[in-house]
Design a protein around this ligand. Structure first.
Ligand SMILES: CC(C)(COP(=O)(O)OP(=O)(O)OC[C@H]1O[C@@H](n2cnc3c(N)ncnc32)[C@H](O)[C@@H]1OP(=O)(O)O)[C@@H](O)C(=O)NCCC(=O)NCCS
Length: 208
């Protein structure tokens, strides 16, 4: 059975399992991030993953940067196990992450949700064509906040953000694809059981 959930900040075992999954499956356009940054993101309560039985088969992290007047949400470290690629997991995780960011997001202009990806990559394709992200310029403040954590921006990568339309699209897609606590991706009929107690409320009452 497939199940999606967030890592509980105090659950050491979940944290270690997700870190081990990332280490074992890291490839492609994945940013190498310092271990403490990965660990902090996993402990934030905003790291989500999908498991198939006992095995983690996909994960997605959220990196938070607090600026002077902005709070930036970076969606990143998207990883799907080779055994489970091609089933639309990344798009589903992206939409869930947008909803999750909206839990405490007050103003999308002041708190951008963004991602940095390689050009001509499946991630960029999924972000732009399925999740409706738009190409975006990294603000100077955010660039230096990222640099200070040891994650260098590179000229070859493209930055995109979830504007109002993308957030709207994520909520609309989730309202269609989630029913009775179960999600089906846009490419796969296999039910993914959701363990996000906040999601039902957000989809009913949410900002979009
Ligand atoms: C990137 C990744 C998360 C996507 O996994 P996934 O959810 O199984 O993605 P899917 O296979 O369902 O979708 C891939 C899409 O990209 C398209 N695609 C594949 N290669 C592509 C390329 N080089 N350029 C553009 N699009 C490409 C596919 O056609 C598919 O699009 P479609 O569904 O519209 O036909 C997964 O391949 C992975 O973990 N890769 C290694 C780690 C990585 O690169 N992570 C991204 C870091 S942000």
């Amino acid at each position: 059975m497939l199940r999606a959930r967030a890592v509980h900040p105090k659950d050491e075992s979940q944290r270690h399992r997700l870190l081990a999954f990332i280490k074992a499956e890291a490839r492609g356009g994945l940013f190498p991030r310092p271990a403490n940054i990965l660990d902090n993101a996993i402990q934030s309560g905003q790291a989500i993953y999908i498991e198939d039985g006992e095995a983690i088969v996909a994960g997605a992290l959220m990196f938070d940067y607090t600026g002077n007047r902005c709070h930036y949400y970076e969606i990143g470290t998207h990883l799907v196990a080779r055994s489970h690629e091609g089933r639309g997991f990344q798009v589903a995780l992206t939409r869930l992450q947008i909803a999750q960011a909206c839990l405490d997001l007050e103003d999308i202009e002041a708190s951008p949700i963004f991602a940095i990806m390689e050009n001509n990559s499946p991630s960029l394709h999924n972000a732009v064509n399925h999740a409706r992200f738009k190409i975006w310029e990294l603000p100077d403040e955010l660039r230096s906040l990222r640099d200070r954590t040891g994650v260098r921006s590179s000229a070859e990568k493209l930055v995109c953000n979830a504007d109002d339309e993308a957030i709207q699209a994520a909520f609309s897609a989730l309202r269609v694809s989630v029913s009775g606590g179960v999600l089906k991706t846009h490419k796969d009929e296999t039910p993914i059981h959701l363990d996000f107690p906040w999601l039902d409320y957000l989809l009913q009452a949410g900002p979009y």
